[in-house]
Ligand binder design. Structure first.
Ligand code: AR6
Length: 177
């Protein structure tokens, strides 16, 4: 795979056989709705909740890592994106959530990682803007890392997200529809 390619996967992130999946978490690291609920359910709610409670709090724009428990993925990175408002600081926080996730996954020895569209559900980020920021953050990680994670996937949970992700820019290419 070429260094700057990003895969787009249409489907449920909890089913992916990658080293690491990313959860769109909240600062309390509590099981919630959306992708967070799906990840807690598939991992085993009790074990995941216990691991998250032990860690405590994760600030917005930051990320923490736990095992994947019953998931096919070895690890879950819990990244806290911002609640949408139209400010530069919010964009920086969203990019930071992606970057921190990538660095944590790299440190864990992961060679594949899958992201949901962080903040683009309950937290209200407009999809196109969220996709652009994800793209910028991943690209800057790929430039900065000496040995970047070789397989980076963004997961589209609806046909609309899949179309947006694959149409958005030439850097994306499709896989596994
Ligand atoms: N696989 C892949 N993507 C999914 C899945 C799935 N199984 N389920 C939903 N998505 P959201 P946020 C997509 O709301 O906006 C939670 O309660 C979904 O279509 O899960 O960051 C947390 O605990 C959307 O594009 O996360 C926080 O409190 C994307 O995942 C809060 O919501 C993110 O939507 C975080 O809100």
């Amino acid at each position: 795979m070429q260094k700057n390619k990003i895969k787009v996967h249409r489907g449920d992130i909890t089913k992916l056989e990658v080293d690491c999946i990313v959860n769109a978490a909240n600062t309390q690291l509590l099981g919630g709705s959306g992708v967070c609920g799906a990840i807690f359910d598939a991992a085993g709610w009790h074990e995941m909740a216990e691991a998250c409670t032990t860690i405590g709090i994760c600030e917005t724009g930051e990320a923490v890592i736990t095992p994947g428990f019953n998931l096919p993925a070895k690890y879950v990175v819990h990244a806290v994106g911002p609640i949408y408002d139209n400010s530069r600081n919010t964009s920086e926080l969203l990019k930071s959530a992606y970057l921190q996730s990538l660095w944590l996954a790299e440190q864990s020895g992961s060679s594949s990682i899958a992201f949901p569209l962080i903040s683009a559900g309950v937290y209200g980020y407009p999809k196109e803007e969220a996709i652009d920021l994800a793209h910028e953050a991943i690209h800057s990680y790929q430039q900065e890392s000496v040995a970047p994670i070789s397989e980076i996937i963004i997961c589209a949970y609806s046909d609309e997200d899949y179309e947006l992700l694959t149409n958005k820019t030439r850097i994306f290419y499709t896989s596994q529809k």
